[in-house]
Design a protein around this ligand. Structure first.
Ligand code: ATP
Ligand code: MG
Length: 356
């Protein structure tokens, strides 16, 4: 059912995305690694899950790991041990110093270096296996060690293929554009960038969703106007209206509120390690009234009550672009990427972070 909020698991539950699925399948079969990128709620988890399931049908062993909240190699190692065992992947670890194979199955020996255990585990994989890591940006803090392991696996164990998803750039960008000193230099994964549906696709998505539950519906434009073609927000609206039975107005309001809350949390997560939090918030807020670099900088300075330096302003703006909160459209115009974040008044947040 299209308006089911869980990530979709099979191609028949998925609206569109056939060309992306076929593309991924060809890439993986040819030995390429894949990164599925795109903003929050755009359908990355659904796509990676369906792709893995289809590749399993093609004879690969597949493993799925959701990294949300897992920001250490140790966390990754323990999840991989569990999932590889569960998928009955053949591992040649009999004489290992890092692992024990006992009545409880495979366990990690204490006191060993995590990076070397992880590498040994990945190199021991004997079946053609695809490892799907959802939300790989969570490993950004350990990206140096992680990339080294990946580089090593790429060159030493061709049976293993990685598939990643990432909503915000960080590590995702490093994976896609490995510099000459990166272990993945010369072998970047292929990117599948998920974009919002256009307005015809969004209409068709809603039409089919309402048809599935036998409900008549015609106010497409009002919904698309608010939430654009972001499939996660369209699904949320459909769920509120068609499944939970909220009135049209209440469902749309609830969607905007709930989606907005998710986006503000995402922004707070991004701000956690930033020194000048107010500057970032002011930029997003100022994008409600200005779009070009000069106007935007003037609006931000006015909002903060002090002139912001060119370099500092550009760096902050670029960081927001890199993390997908803001995008640069043609002719040097900037906009807030997510339709719901675009509509939120961030004044209270700005006030809160200003004097932190
Ligand atoms: N192609 C699709 N057809 C139908 N529903 C979809 C499709 N893609 C995603 N959805 C629905 O949209 C919502 C968001 O999807 P999903 O969780 O896969 O996105 P995501 O990009 O991983 O989001 P997040 O950034 O929050 O992790 C879910 O409710 C899912 O069921
Ligand atoms: Mg996801």
């Amino acid at each position: 059912m299209l308006f089911d909020l869980h990530p979709k698991e099979t191609r028949s539950e998925l609206f569109g995305r056939d060309s992306e699925l076929d593309f991924i399948r060809r890439q993986v079969t040819a030995g390429n690694w894949v990164v599925i990128s795109g903003q929050r709620g755009i359908g990355k988890t659904s796509l990676i899950k369906v792709a893995l399931r289809e590749l399993e049908g093609d004879g690969f062993k597949v493993v799925y790991v959701n990294l949300r909240g897992v920001n250490s190699l140790k966390g990754l190692l323990s999840m991989l041990v569990n999932e590889l065992s569960r998928s009955r992947v053949n591992l040649s670890l009999r004489m290992s110093l890092n692992f024990m194979i006992g009545s409880l199955g495979l366990t990690v020996r204490g006191g060993r270096r995590v990076a070397s255990s992880l590498l040994e585990l990945l190199l021991s994989i004997g079946d053609r296996t695809i490892i799907g890591l959802d939300e790989v940006q969570e490993l950004s803090r350990v990206s140096g060690q992680f990339l080294k392991i990946l580089g090593n696996v790429f060159s030493s164990n061709p049976r293993v293929t990685f598939m990643f998803t990432g909503s915000y750039i960080g590590l995702t960008k490093v994976l896609l554009n490995p510099g000459p000193d990166s272990p993945l230099y010369g072998r970047p994964p292929v990117e599948v960038k998920l974009r919002p549906f256009n307005s015809d696709e969004s209409r068709e998505f809603l039409r089919r969703g309402f048809e599935e539950v036998g409900m008549s519906f015609s106010r497409y434009d009002e919904v698309i106007d608010k939430v654009d073609g972001v499939v996660g927000w369209l699904t949320l609206f459909g769920n509120y209206h068609a499944i939970r039975g909220l009135s049209f107005e209440d469902a749309l309001r609830a969607t905007v509120e709930e989606g907005g809350r998710i986006m503000v949390n995402e922004l707070k997560h991004f701000l956690e390690d930033k020194a000048n939090k107010a500057l970032y918030v002011a930029i997003i807020q100022a994008l409600r009234v200005a779009n070009r670099w000069g106007d935007l900088k003037a609006a931000v300075s006015a909002m903060l009550g002090e002139e912001v330096g060119d370099r500092e302003f550009t760096n902050a703006l670029n960081a927001l672009v890199n993390y997908n909160f803001v995008e640069k459209r043609g002719k040097g115009e900037y906009t807030v990427t997510d339709p719901l974040l675009r509509q939120i008044n961030l004044t209270p947040l700005l006030r809160r972070v200003r004097f932190q």
